[in-house]
Design a protein around this ligand. Structure first.
Ligand code: SAM
Length: 277
């Protein structure tokens, strides 16, 4: 049975749209998106089949369609050619000027295939700007196992004489993760879906999954306005969220469609989708 929650037709199908995301979002009501997980084309690094990328207009539309308490995760690196372009920072400052809170600046560390430089340290990360509209309405913290846990004699009161007082205390088995997340990249790391690699810049499924679990709940509407091979959509739908994906390239939307359908996710290709506000 299909239900409508947060403005989405939540029937388990991915809604994919070919178009410039600015033009598509302009037709939508304010505040309908709970979470966006996306990665823009940056610094003309790759040939994305002739896209048009009006960054500031995209940022403005994203702010408008994001719900109060909603979050945009913007995964971006810099072109490194001589020095770093710092486009990532400029974009983050623009988001802040527009009205987003820079809730966090997280690091996506790549475990393999880092970018080596002859005169600088090997670059092994991209930024993940976590931008919220007001205070995030949802935070489901992901946990990591602790090195030591159980009962131990713990220092609890260091007096001016420098003598540590020790008391039996309990160390937890897990703690909230840090804001540096590491993922293996390439086939078997980024994804096992061979078809995804027909797109030149796929981000890891686990990265999308971890943000979806952190900043949204089942039934929420998740957006990727530059969805490429459909990574965010795959993980959002497998987690019971509703999903809309937009890409300017019909070829990439075709790849996303095949990939999602191969994962058992029904796909609806939409032309004039206006999610109810
Ligand atoms: C870095 S890739 C996204 C890859 C995606 N995260 C994945 O895992 O497959 C950026 C995408 O933005 C798309 N794009 C560029 N400009 C766009 C625009 N104005 N509107 C919609 N999509 C756009 C490109 O076609 C490209 O597929």
């Amino acid at each position: 049975m299909s239900t409508r929650q947060n403005g989405a037709q939540n029937d388990g199908a991915a809604r994919l749209i070919v178009g410039n995301c600015v033009d598509v979002m302009r037709n939508w009501a304010d505040g309908i998106i709970k979470l966006t997980v996306t990665s823009p084309p940056y610094d003309g690094l790759r040939d994305y089949k002739g896209y048009d990328f009006p960054f500031e207009e995209i940022a403005n539309e994203l702010f408008r369609v994001t719900a109060e308490g909603g979050v945009v995760v913007w995964v971006v690196g810099d072109r490194i050619n001589g020095g770093r372009s710092l486009t990532s920072f400029r974009q983050a400052l623009t988001f802040q000027r527009i009205g987003f809170t820079a809730h966090d600046v997280m690091i996506y560390q790549k475990k393999n295939t880092p970018f080596t430089r002859s005169n600088a340290y090997t670059n092994a990360y991209e930024m993940m700007f976590v931008l919220s509209k007001g205070k995030p309405a949802t935070f489901n913290p992901l946990k990591a196992p602790t090195q030591r846990h159980g009962y131990e004699m713990l220092t609890h009161n260091k007096l001016p004489d420098g003598i540590n007082k020790k008391k039996l205390g309990k160390l937890n088995k897990e703690k909230t993760r840090t804001n540096i997340w590491s993922y293996a990249v390439g086939l078997g790391g980024t994804t096992n879906d061979k078809i995804a690699f027909q797109h030149p810049a796929v981000f890891p499924e686990k990265l999308a999954l971890d943000h979806i679990l952190s900043w949204s709940n089942p039934g929420d509407l998740v957006l990727d306005p530059m969805c490429g091979s459909g990574t965010t959509g795959k993980m959002a739908l497998l987690q019971g969220r509703a999903f809309i994906g937009i890409d300017i390239s019909p070829e990439y939307i075709a790849i996303a469609r095949q990939r999602l359908e191969a994962s058992g996710i029904p796909v609806a290709i939409e032309q004039n989708l206006v999610p109810p506000g």
